[in-house]
Design a protein around this ligand. Structure first.
Ligand SMILES: Nc1ncnc2c1ncn2[C@@H]1O[C@H](COP(=O)(O)OP(=O)(O)O)[C@@H](O)[C@H]1O
Ligand SMILES: [Mg+2]
Length: 230
């Protein structure tokens, strides 16, 4: 289980997260939903130890995010966006690097084929379009084969064909027992496959079973609709 207990975080005088409590089981998909600027990325960074919480703890199958950092990181994969890729390395080199670092049995070629990336497998990332880089990023998650996968807005900017492909891959990762958190600023694609939805509102998480409620109505109730007074 990935367990967050009483997590809080703020930037100077701006509180972003308070009293965050949840447990994520292997094979479970959670959609983390809130409008832009609410704190989704900040929460994911706190969960993975890229930011240090003011208070609270994060553990992964008992390994503390800070005290047992190596054991914690071995079971998790998180790369916030494709800005973190190396421009001078190719797609294949990125996947090989991850396979080595995570000691994975997943073959790089199988992932390149599954993501329809063979035509640009040996292209440098610096010469790729945003959509191609998103594929490289997803490929890295697939190759890492870690037990817990945290995605930050993985479907942003993708065309409908790619969204369909990515969605199929997420379902397969779930079938393979991965515990997944996937953020989005909109309902829909990420919540379609989610077991639970975490809405972030006023620094706190509101947790719902996805099958149990009308998510669109809940989103409108929580965040409302903004009118353009112009
Ligand atoms: N490094 C930072 N320093 C100060 N404030 C930040 C920093 N990063 C993000 N913020 C602020 O924290 C809030 C949440 O940001 P973020 O987690 O990126 O939101 P989301 O991912 O939901 O769009 C925003 O108000 C943002 O301006
Ligand atoms: Mg964000």
């Amino acid at each position: 289980m990935l367990v967050a207990h009483d997590l809080s975080f703020g930037f100077r005088h701006h509180q972003i997260l308070s009293g965050i409590d949840f447990a994520l089981a292997p094979g479970e998909v959670v959609g983390l939903v809130a409008p832009n600027g609410t704190g989704k990325s900040t929460l994911l960074r706190n969960l993975t130890g890229l930011l240090k919480p003011q208070n609270g703890s994060v553990t992964l199958d008992g390994a503390d995010a800070w005290r047992n950092r190596r054991a914690f990181l071995r079971q998790l994969f998180f790369l916030e966006d494709s800005q973190g890729l190396f421009p001078s390395l190719t797609a294949r080199e990125h996947l090989r690097f991850v396979a080595d670092a995570w000691g994975s049995q997943v073959t790089v070629d199988a992932v390149l084929t599954a993501l329809h990336m063979t035509a640009y497998a040996d292209k440098r990332v610096g010469q790729m379009s945003l959509g191609m880089r998103q594929h490289v990023l997803l490929g890295m998650y697939m190759v890492a084969d870690a037990k817990y996968l945290l995605f930050d807005e993985p479907l942003n900017g993708l065309d409908p064909t790619s969204i369909h492909l990515f969605t199929q891959i997420f379902s397969k990762l779930k079938e393979r027992g991965k515990g997944i958190i996937m953020s989005s600023h909109q309902l829909g694609n990420v919540t379609a496959m989610a077991d639970r939805v975490f809405f972030l509102k006023d620094t706190r998480l509101q947790v719902y079973e996805a099958a149990g409620i009308d998510l669109d109505a809940k989103y409108d109730e929580l965040y409302g609709v903004q009118e353009a007074d112009w």
